[in-house]
Design a protein around this ligand. Structure first.
Ligand code: V47
Length: 623
């Protein structure tokens, strides 16, 4: 991961030092970056963070935009889309017309539109219900905070109730629109009757608390100042510290069209667009993804953005009107093939995703799955990739990808390795604990014995820990509980007697606690006290179909990386500690608790676990 940047603008050097140490950037750092003319160095810094976050992956989704009406009670100066009833261009879609626009291959339906003065609440709910019913593979990303606030006022329902009813009707995430710029000065001049920063942030906070992940945006390139841009980023970063509910950030380049705003230039410049992407990636250190929205950036700028910090190209985006009504010069839709080509030409791995960024299809050979948790960093930090490409993916999804022949190797969750032994060969490396793990934790309101017949929420990411929990419950403690999977993304723990968390989220909660749950159990400790053996959570394995030379090459790359990684545990820990909310010493101690090499005791532990597993139920009900 070592990288040298030859800075033309030396004021970026202290910022680069912070980035390498994993330190948070300040308001002034943000301004320095926006003001620099050394765009190449800025891009390299952002690309460094992008690679640490997303490996070689660039995501896209097969999606369709639905803008059910352009009739809107507001009249924001920057918007060329909205109109009033009776105008020649006004339109209203029926549910039948909406359904007609969708096809079964679509994985995301993005719904947002005008604030209609007359539509009934039930119309919106019915729209979602029917989409979900007829297109079960399509996840619904619907309604900006502006629309949620409008529903709240018009239908006299509390915000939480609006969100709950939409969620029950099928809404899975919320888009990031309506944020514009979190500045009262700009709001008063451009969208004075629209919600401001506080209401926008409060609505997203409420959504996150209810287990609805959301996106976020900034509308830039009009009358906002650089200070206002940085302030906007910092406000989003603070909310993300609190909730972890944002999936992505999308800079929206202003399209002037016939709007009432006349910037000095017709469109934002490519340099400004690339700076916006790069600064966002660097400032938003707690955001998983940054989106290059090609519709507003152009395909050309979006392509370059994939090496300037952006790891998401949005999607095929059929049916977009907001940007095109404002004069966007981009095509109305991109084909899947075109998107794959753009991503490949940028040297990245095209990954088709769902609305939560779970990978569905990977369009590249020699892809290695990377567990995106701190405990696996010693394997990947110094990994010299050569022909291999890295795809960060949760343990459970890695197993799914391997089952569908989408990846060639990875650090597999033990359960997936065991169920795919016919197609996978193990390498002598693993993630094994000694007597505790700290990142596979059961948060509970009851002791083990009292968990009989209780309901336990299971984080979506896990393949092995959920089985370990089942073995502990049934074989060690003789109790049976009902296990229910939580959705991907932020979680809502309402209604559970206990929850199982893994990875960095568990580590963070182990330190800070989880509201409403008083007892905390470390599953590796439970296992060790019972079996006096380590627990092997993950095993490096390679597809048997891979040529022998590639397998050997990979084994030696892993060995080299691990040797270097183990020598530098302290430095590596420091880089990642802040992101998780640990101090560097806590992170180092955590990593020191693992054993990364398979030995006799590790194989023995696997055998004991496999035998116990044979006699317990492994299916988990979907929530
Ligand atoms: O909120 C309006 C913006 C937004 C113009 O969440 C304009 O994945 C540029 O939020 N020029 C809606 N922008 C679009 C949006 C979005 C887009 C893609 C993906 C996601 C996501 C969200 O469009 C509005 C407003 O900020 N907008 N007029 C204009 N003239």
């Amino acid at each position: 991961m070592g990288q040298t940047i030859h800075f033309m603008d030396t004021s970026l050097i202290p910022i680069w030092e912070k980035v390498q140490r994993g330190e948070r950037l300040s308001f002034d750092d943000g301004l320095t970056m926006f003001r620099t003319i050394d765009v190449i160095s800025l891009g390299k810094m952002a690309h460094f963070v992008q690679k640490a976050r997303s490996g070689d992956a660039v995501y896209f989704v097969l999606n369709q935009k639905i803008e059910p009406t352009n009739i809107c009670v507001l009249a924001c100066k920057f918007c060329d889309f909205a109109t009033k009833a009776g105008q020649p261009d006004a339109y209203e879609m029926t549910i039948h017309e909406i359904l007609h626009k969708l096809t079964p291959d679509i994985h995301e339906v993005h719904i947002t539109g005008g604030l209609h003065p007359d539509w009934k609440w039930d119309y919106y709910l019915e729209m979602l219900r029917q989409i979900k019913q007829q297109f079960p593979d399509a996840d619904i990303k619907a309604f900006t905070a502006v629309e949620i606030d409008f529903f709240h006022k018009k239908f006299k329902l509390p915000i939480e109730e609006v969100l709950k009813q939409l969620k029950d009707a099928g809404m899975r995430t919320m888009p990031g629109g309506g944020a514009e710029v979190f500045s009262e000065r700009v709001r008063k001049r451009l969208f004075s009757s629209k919600i401001g920063a506080k209401v926008w942030l409060d609505i997203h906070r409420a959504a996150h608390r209810m287990g609805i992940p959301t996106n976020s945006t900034i509308l830039y390139g009009h009358i906002e100042t650089l200070e206002e841009r940085v302030d906007h980023l910092i406000k989003l970063r603070s909310l993300q510290d609190e909730t972890r509910g944002f999936l992505t950030f999308i800079p929206l380049a202003f399209q002037p069209g016939d709007t009432g705003i006349k910037p000095t230039h017709r469109f934002t410049s490519a340099i400004d667009d690339l700076k916006m992407i790069a600064v966002s990636r660097l400032m938003l250190d707690n955001f998983p993804h940054i989106k290059a929205y090609w519709v507003m950036l152009t395909e050309e700028v979006a392509s370059v953005a994939l090496n300037f910090g952006a790891d998401d190209l949005d999607g095929t985006v059929g049916g977009e009107k907001i940007a095109h009504d404002a004069g966007a010069i981009t095509p109305m839709q991109l084909t899947k093939e075109k998107i794959i080509k753009i991503i490949r030409d940028a040297g990245k791995v095209p990954v088709e995703r769902d609305v939560f960024y779970n990978p569905l299809n990977v369009f590249s050979p020699n892809v290695i799955g990377q567990i995106p948790y701190l405990n696996s960093v010693p394997f990947y930090h110094h990994f010299e990739k050569r022909k291999f490409k890295l795809l960060p993916v949760s343990p459970r999804r890695m197993g799914d990808l391997s089952r569908n022949n989408q990846i060639d190797a990875g650090l597999f969750s033990l359960a997936d390795y065991l169920s795919q032994k016919d197609i996978l060969t193990p390498l002598p490396y693993c993630i094994a604990t000694r007597d505790q793990v700290k990142s596979v934790m059961l948060f509970s309101n009851h002791g083990w014995q009292e968990l009989n017949n209780k309901v336990i929420g299971i984080i979506d990411d896990t393949a092995t820990s959920v089985r370990l929990l089942r073995v502990l419950l049934e074989k060690k403690h003789g109790v049976k509980a009902e296990l229910k999977r939580l959705h991907s993304g932020v979680n809502d723990y309402e209604g559970f007697d206990a929850v199982l968390l893994i990875g960095d989220e568990a580590l963070r909660r182990q330190k800070f606690g989880l509201e409403k749950f008083e007892l905390v159990y470390d599953l590796a400790t439970e296992w060790y006290d019972w079996q006096k053996l380590p627990f092997v959570f993950a095993v490096w394995a390679v597809r048997k179909a891979l040529p022998l030379a590639s397998r050997d090459e990979l084994a030696s790359l892993i060995q080299d990386a691990l040797e270097k990684g183990e020598l530098e545990l302290e430095r590596i820990s420091q880089m990642h500690a802040g992101r998780i909310g640990l101090n560097p010493m806590e992170a180092t101690e955590y990593l020191q608790g693992f054993n990364y090499r398979m030995g006799e005791r590790e194989w023995r532990a696997i055998e004991v676990f496999e035998n116990l597993l044979a006699s317990v139920e492994t299916e988990v009900e979907q929530k």
